[in-house]
Design a protein around this ligand. Sequence first.
Ligand SMILES: Nc1nc2c(ncn2[C@@H]2O[C@H](COP(=O)(O)OP(=O)(O)O)[C@@H](O)[C@H]2O)c(=O)[nH]1
Ligand SMILES: [Mg+2]
Length: 465
Amino acid sequence: MPDRGTPATLGSTTLNASVLGDDRTIAAIATASGRGALAIVRASGPGVQALAAALLTPVPVRARRATHAVLRDADGTVIDDVVATLFFGPHSFTGEDVLEIGTHGGAVVPAAVLSAAIRAGAREAEPGEFTRRAVLNGKLDLLQAEAIGDVIDARSSAALRLARRQLDGGLSERVVQLRAQVLALEALLAYDIDFPEEDDGPVPRARIMEKAEQTLGALEMLLSTGAHGALVHAGALVVLAGAPNVGKSSLFNALLGEARAIVTEIPGTTRDAIEAVLDLPGWPLRLVDTAGMRDTNDPVEQMGIDVAARYLGRASIVLACVDSAASASAVAVLRAHTNASVITVRTKGDLVPNQYEFDADVVVSAQSGLGLTALLEMIEARLATEHGLVTTDAPVLTRARHRVAVDEACRELEAFLRTWRDEGMPASVAATHVRSAADALSELIGAVYVDDVLDVVFRSFCVGK
Ligand SMILES: Nc1nc2c(ncn2[C@@H]2O[C@H](COP(=O)(O)OP(=O)(O)O)[C@@H](O)[C@H]2O)c(=O)[nH]1
Ligand SMILES: [Mg+2]
């Protein structure tokens, strides 16, 4: 396994070619590319102090002190005025010596600073490599490392709260507790394996069964948070649908409070689906504006309609928009395309009601703003009824990886219980299932480092994180 467990030499490096040449010292631009006032280039590894000495005048020597310095390339060319901060391992993000260099932003300076660091002996970091080192050095567990990715990728305040909670270790604690229960069960079984001759071993079978059932129940409870976690993570899919020209795109824009979709008087303009995240206090919404559902010979428009049908299949809520008797017939078509909860929305509520009467759940106007708040409240109420309230206090599974691991632990405990009830089976056979359940949970928090697991977790990270 690469990089594991050699932070011992930290803090004692000197300017020395072998350390500078050590590919264990990594560097990357940590900030997003593009125009900006400042950027951060950071480095981590045993050669960091030598790197600081090679690049910076004056050389920062004390940890956690911002040092204003001039950064020069190997040939003495001044690249930038910077503010550099050293952290000595293990008291750093990665657990190794770390150097953070605050440079001017933009396209050229951060790249030139990174090149200078590489010329001075650092190696360019892989995506997620800083966080990976933090995990390998025991600064974070895998769930917390994923939470860092989630904090960065959060598209709503609810998703951010969930990620923050996971970063603080809430989910890790719960998984560690559950794993401890599984291990305690394994310990009870060990007695039984040691005393196979006794009719009823030192620990009664019924007591072991009870423990296993309790643990299984707790794991199932955690597993049941998975759907909720995925929904908060991605946002509940709310699809605007209905006949062409009923005002879907206008409503989409009015709800977002900004002009994102093309609004036009020609029926059939929204030919693909347009998506935006609406950051409501209760539930984050993925609001999708679709093409109108109607028969058409235009192949491009038909594609848009197919996209709409696909979204309808995955929606949490469909807003069936209606502005006339003719468009009301589309509601039945929509219901046929979806299992989602349908809210019927009478649009263009500002127009003088003509003879047309439609008993909609809510009347809105994109133009006057009538009913928009009521509609959002109705969406939140429906989501709360169907998926509960967004709770970020209790630990929640947020990723498929989590659900797979906890599901596996559940299935192993079920298999254990089946084997255990069948009294002819020796305890040692049943115990293998308990071991597998513990392994699944260990892998989830990264208590055992499986390279494949690390690869999956860090693949999606940005360079410099
Ligand atoms: N008076 C009024 N007209 C609206 C309202 N919403 C949309 N419209 C008009 O209805 C037409 C179609 O709107 P659009 O949003 O493109 O409909 P879509 O095809 O369902 O996306 C446009 O002429 C809009 O200006 C509204 O709330 N009040
Ligand atoms: Mg439209």
